[in-house]
Design a protein around this ligand. Structure first.
Ligand SMILES: [Zn+2]
Length: 244
């Protein structure tokens, strides 16, 4: 029932902008951060995910990132990613704003993707500023525990947003603009706990747009949502596509 209601909302409320979080990728075998089985239950983010930690000991941070890069590059888009790409092809999704760094929306065929937390697409040298594509980083990791800049020898930093770093201005500006223009903001797989991204639903609501949420577990915005489905993105979204 609620799946057909969501399909109807998407059809009626255009433009529809989608906001995705870790929950959209867990079905691809990528662990989330904050759940009981998430990464932060095993790794203290202060030691592995802050910019201070990286500056103090980049090798230690890479002991966390090297296996993570392997998981991310081996993961495949799941039915949730594919369904969102299909909705975009049908003109029913205007853009995706994602907190994920895994490139899976792009690999599923989505075109308008705003990565507000950066991505693993590139890594940059804090020494000389040179930027390297993921394939090069993976190559460097074949013979080292942390990738060193071939030009100057400093340890590269993945171009993902660490705690203590500002979000890429262009991406968050574009995300805010999209949220304000959205007649429907569809949140998928995000508990909406991490600001400033968690503030995007407020932008949509303040501008007169509606909010729909597909997430396993509650979010602080459930009361404001026109529709809420507690379920796995990879099950719900293909059903929505089928109902359209
Ligand atoms: Zn360098």
């Amino acid at each position: 029932m609620s799946v057909t209601e969501l399909a109807e909302l998407i059809r009626r409320r255009q433009p529809c902008v989608v906001l995705t979080g870790a929950g959209v990728s867990t079905e691809s075998g990528i662990p989330d951060f904050r759940s009981r089985t998430g990464l932060w239950a095993q790794f203290d983010p202060r030691e592995y995910a802050t910019i201070e930690a990286f500056r103090a000991d980049p090798h230690k941070v890479w002991s966390f990132y090297k296996p993570r890069i392997a998981v991310l590059t081996e993961a495949e888009p799941n039915p949730a990613h594919l369904a969102l790409a299909e909705l975009e092809r049908r003109g029913l999704v205007h853009a995706i704003v994602t907190q994920n760094i895994d490139l899976l929306h792009e690999r599923a065929g989505s075109r308008e993707v705003v990565e507000v937390h950066g991505s693993i697409r590139t890594a940059s040298c804090p020494g000389c500023g040179e930027r390297y594509p993921l394939e090069r980083v993976v190559e460097l990791l074949e013979t080292a525990d942390a990738p060193s800049c071939p030009a100057c020898g400093r340890v590269l930093k993945p171009d993902v947003v660490f705690f203590g770093e500002l979000l890429p201005v262009e991406a968050i500006d574009r995300a805010t603009e999209l949220a304000r223009a959205a007649a429907l903001l569809l949140v998928v797989g995000s508990a909406l706990e991490v600001y400033p991204v968690a503030g995007l639903p407020l932008e949509t609501l303040a501008a007169g747009g509606m909010l729909a949420i597909v997430n396993q577990g509650p979010t602080p915005f459930d009361a404001e949502a026109a529709l809420r489905i507690d379920g796995a993105a990879g099950e719900v979204l293909p059903e929505v596509v089928a109902a359209l």
